[in-house]
Design a protein around this ligand. Structure first.
Ligand code: BES
Ligand code: ZN
Length: 603
């Protein structure tokens, strides 16, 4: 076993960062940023406080950067300029910014810089792309490796910083960050933030626009555009309960407040766990709280991910698998066992399909991965780290019982808070603290096979949701002879997802018309149901569904919904032109992360 001291000095090399943290690294970043909506640039200064390793003074500081324009670097103690160079760009990673250091180990540096209009983390929306249409909007998305496109830093999940920020916005606009508000002055357009806890740079986040706030509970609330905020507050009315349940499972909530900001529809993810302030897509606003498991997921990251962080993107399952497991526990406690089982079954079905799909490289079905040379945003299908990961924790739960697993998890979060974790280190802790060295149990649970093996070990635990028996039966009989009597319009969102997911991919035009005529699926207001339906619209080349498909792809930009639909349209001669035509129209409204994904897909 590696003791804590030795573990500290063992530097983990992150293949997605060009920094030299084993010699020198920033520990605190002070930002002074001005948002220039006309030029689509952030201009400002980043003051970096540096920490040096023991040993000879390093001759340079290496930072990650992507398309940053640096005006100058100064030593804040002397005011003297420091020389810097950009090394040649490396595909995916950006450019190493190499700042020459004098032998005196300067403690604080100031980098004066501006971002590029093409910064991959930033989306600048015109006023007309927002709900109220009055002010433009800026939103950031730094995970996995985009922080480097708006903050000069060592952009590795293993290198943590605290941060302060002063943000200047046009008058009337409100800025929010993944930090405490230290001062809000919308009249002057000045906002000050303070993040006293050390976080990895991928959790630095900023949004600015016409944003208002509604409290949900004493330490929870929602931010959104004025027209959206009431709907958001009622959709997420259970936030306070969620924090209470999560604390009972994982230990004290470390971040003070938990708010959610519902962003304009181009936000590329369902949710993003920015500390103190979850970023969320408006496609969660179903009106019936049926999609709130996404915000519960982001809350769970407050422990798995934000407190104990994957050391590299190859250890991503430590963030997402744990979080998905905790998410299931949280929603079970609030919405009941059936709700949680339905979520888990849906996830496991996708997981089985991905594992069985000949297009999935076998090596990608392992939890622990080496992503060297690969874009972590386009890594293995998310079912593997998310749902194979969660299924592994479920196996541990059933083997040891909830009491022991929960105690283990609380202890794991408490002892490793504010640090990063590798898969190997986690396995050591697991063996020592949960298995208490019991090798026979280790083999019985197939731990190595779960983490390092391919596919799905056969001790996976399949939940038994009775309600899916009905949706499966309805799907089978509908596929066979078009019978619709088993289909119930009052099904839950998950039941509709299950039913639509269980139908064959080659429904006839008559079958599609029958479903649509009776259940108005092309008009579904629930984004998950509509998405599951639109996949059939593409598979069956069902023309009456095309306007709905086009509407969906142009009014929101969640990558999980875009990628499969464009991919399937591209693969099919009947829909290929349609896909390209819709994309040409929708592309200017998508976030750079989605543009990169879909551009690559359509070459
Ligand atoms: N942290 C992820 C989003 C992410 C992952 C962004 C990797 C960039 C790179 C977030 O917590 C997440 O998993 N969101 C999911 C929702 C969840 C319920 C599966 C999403 O956006 O769909
Ligand atoms: Zn997540």
């Amino acid at each position: 076993m590696i003791g804590p001291t030795l573990a500290l000095v063992l530097a983990v090399t992150d293949p997605h960062s060009l920094g030299n943290p084993e010699q020198v690294k920033p520990t605190h970043i002070e930002l002074d940023l001005t948002l220039d909506f006309e030029a689509k640039r952030i201009r400002g200064m980043a003051d970096l406080t540096l920490a040096y390793a023991k040993g000879p003074a390093p001759t340079f500081l290496a930072l990650d950067s992507d398309a940053l324009e640096i005006a100058r670097v100064t030593d804040l103690a002397t005011g003297g300029r420091l020389a810097f160079t950009f090394e040649p760009p490396i595909p995916l990673l950006g450019q190493r910014l190499r700042i020459t250091l004098p032998g005196s180990r300067p403690k604080r540096l100031r980098i004066a810089y501006r971002t590029s209009p093409n910064a991959s983390a930033l989306q600048w929306l015109e006023a007309r792309q927002t709900t109220s249409g009055k002010l433009p909007f800026l939103l950031t998305q730094a995970q996995a490796i985009h922080a480097r496109s708006f903050v000069p830093c060592i952009d590795s999940p293993g290198v943590r910083v605290t941060y302060d920020a002063l943000v200047h916005v046009p008058p009337g606009m409100v800025a929010v960050m993944s930090a405490e508000h230290a001062l809000d002055d919308p009249v002057k357009g000045l906002f000050r933030f303070h993040m006293p806890q050390a976080i990895p740079p991928y959790l630095i986040a900023l949004a600015a626009g016409e944003i208002v706030f509604r409290a949900v509970g004493p330490r929870t609330g929602v931010y959104a555009e004025p027209d959206v905020v009431e709907r958001a507050a009622s959709e997420f009315a259970d936030m306070e309960k969620m924090v209470a349940v999560a604390e009972s499972l994982c230990g004290r909530y470390a971040w003070g407040r938990w708010d959610v900001i519902v962003l304009p529809p181009s936000f590329p993810f369902g949710g993003m766990e920015n500390p103190r302030l979850t970023f969320a897509t408006p496609t969660l606003l179903a009106g019936d709280r049926s999609l709130v498991n996404v915000v519960a997921h982001e809350l769970a990251h407050s422990w798995s991910g934000n407190l104990v962080t994957n050391a590299t993107w190859g250890d991503f399952w430590l963030n997402e698998g744990f979080t998905n497991y905790l998410n299931l526990r949280i929603v079970e406690s609030i919405y009941g066992r059936a709700f949680a089982e339905q979520q888990e079954l849906l996830a496991q079905r996708d997981l089985r399909e991905i594992v069985a799909d000949p297009k999935t490289p076998g090596g990608d079905t392992q939890l622990a991965l080496d992503l060297t040379g690969r874009d972590p945003d386009d890594g293995p299908p998310s079912s593997i780290p998310y749902d194979k990961g969660a299924s592994f924790l479920r196996v541990l739960e059933v083997h040891f019982g909830r009491t022991r697993l929960d105690a283990f998890l609380r202890d794991y979060f408490a002892r490793n808070a504010f640090s990063s974790m590798t898969t190997d280190r986690f396995l050591e802790i697991l063996k020592r603290d949960l298995f208490r060295g019991d090798d026979a149990a280790w083999r019985e649970v197939h731990v190595e096979e779960w983490v390092h093996g391919r596919g799905l070990p056969d001790n996976i635990i399949v939940p038994a949701s009775k309600s899916f028996d009905l949706t499966r039966a309805a799907a089978t009989s509908f596929a066979k002879d078009g019978a619709t009597d088993g289909i119930q319009s009052e099904w839950t969102t998950a039941e509709w997802q299950d039913f639509l997911g269980a139908l064959p991919h080659d429904l006839t035009t008559a079958q599609m018309a029958a479903l649509d005529g009776r259940f108005h699926l092309s008009q579904a207001g629930n984004s998950e149901i509509l998405f599951s339906w639109l996949r059939h619209v593409v598979w069956s080349a069902y023309e009456p569904g095309y306007p709905s498909l086009e509407g969906f792809l142009t009014r929101q930009g969640r990558r999980k919904f875009l990628r499969p639909l464009y991919e399937d349209m591209e693969a099919k001669p009947q829909t290929r032109d349609l896909g390209r035509r819709i994309y040409a129209k929708a592309r200017p409204g998508y976030h750079p992360i989605c543009v990169a994904t879909i551009d690559a897909l359509l070459q």
